[in-house]
Design a protein around this ligand. Sequence first.
Ligand code: TTP
Ligand code: MG
Length: 372
Amino acid sequence: MQYGILTFEEPQPDISRKILHVDMDAFYASIEMRDNPALRNKPVVIARHPRLTGGRGIVSTCNYEARKYGIHSAMSAVEAYKRCPQAVFVPGRHEIYRQESQRIHAIYRQYTDIYEPVALDEAYLDVTNNKKNIQSGTLLAKAIQEQIFEETGLTCSVGVSYNKFVAKIASDYHKPFGITVIEPKIAVDFLKTLEIQQFHGVGRKSVPLFHELGIYTGEDLYQQSLEFLMHHFGKMGYSLFFKVRGIQNTPVKRDRERKSIGKETTLSQFLTEEIEVMKIFERLTRQVAMNLIDKQLSAMTVTIKIRYEDFETVTRQMKHDEGIQQFEDLYPLVAELWQMHGHLNKSIRLLGVSVSNFENQTIQQIPLLDNL
Ligand code: TTP
Ligand code: MG
């Protein structure tokens, strides 16, 4: 098969699997409405009121009523207030959101052991061979949706397809409380109808770049050669070329199989000051710790990565006797690794923090579930 100057064997989608993507509807906001009926018919924004924070603060999410005013996640709370002054601002209760997430994960485990949590409210399930012996993806999706509703009072939307990418787009297609099934034979036609920003991985920043190149829809994307997409978008272009053809064969990864969790950042301005380095390490460590908590994992090994201006790259790791999950436990180790192995004789272009060597999790989950 010829794509521009690059030649490949004809790639084939793997259509042997049945994958569900489950995503809770307005997750934090729905929990708040469930627990406080007075909020139910009002626009609800999960953020501290801008009056209480001197204007700082970011919207975590909002209910569907508030979305009618154009409010969305990651917007400043001040902007949300401008768009809808009568909205009720509710500060987040993260411990409760985590507990609900645990309950939902316990439901997934009744259907399959092959599930991959992506965020607190979102997971992929491989149900090709499921514990309920239900063949139909649609019936499975209905059963999970109903069980989650009965046990938690919360609604979710489910995408059903043969790969993770299509299932994720499908779960977003009919929200809230929707089920969207995309069979292999209609997948490419379905993908062609989408807007470019609906392709997972195309971030807000890159949308204008696609538009400049005349790519507005899946159909436009489909018309481009692999060479062209790689030239303009590198690795993302490569992956999109196949995704728009319905090809994405990465399996649903069980957490147990996950080898490491990490975050790294390439710095637009090289670092020359210790205080800047520590600030970045702190941010990366926070993100890694959040990820560990979301996935209910504890790690025994911590690694830092430093890439200097001349591309010399140093990775150093430290083992700990017990599993670590919290930022407060992780950060001192990161700082120590930096003190022992880092220097600023040259400026720094990239920093990374990762954790690996996970402890067995089943033991940790029992007390959490018992509390419910
Ligand atoms: P999402 O699934 O992106 O959003 P949602 O569940 O609130 O709404 P939707 O019905 O569109 O799926 O995120 C899940 C939760 O993660 C969300 O309730 C709050 C939190 N979150 C943040 O804290 N910050 C963010 O920027 C985003 C996107 C989500
Ligand atoms: Mg959601």
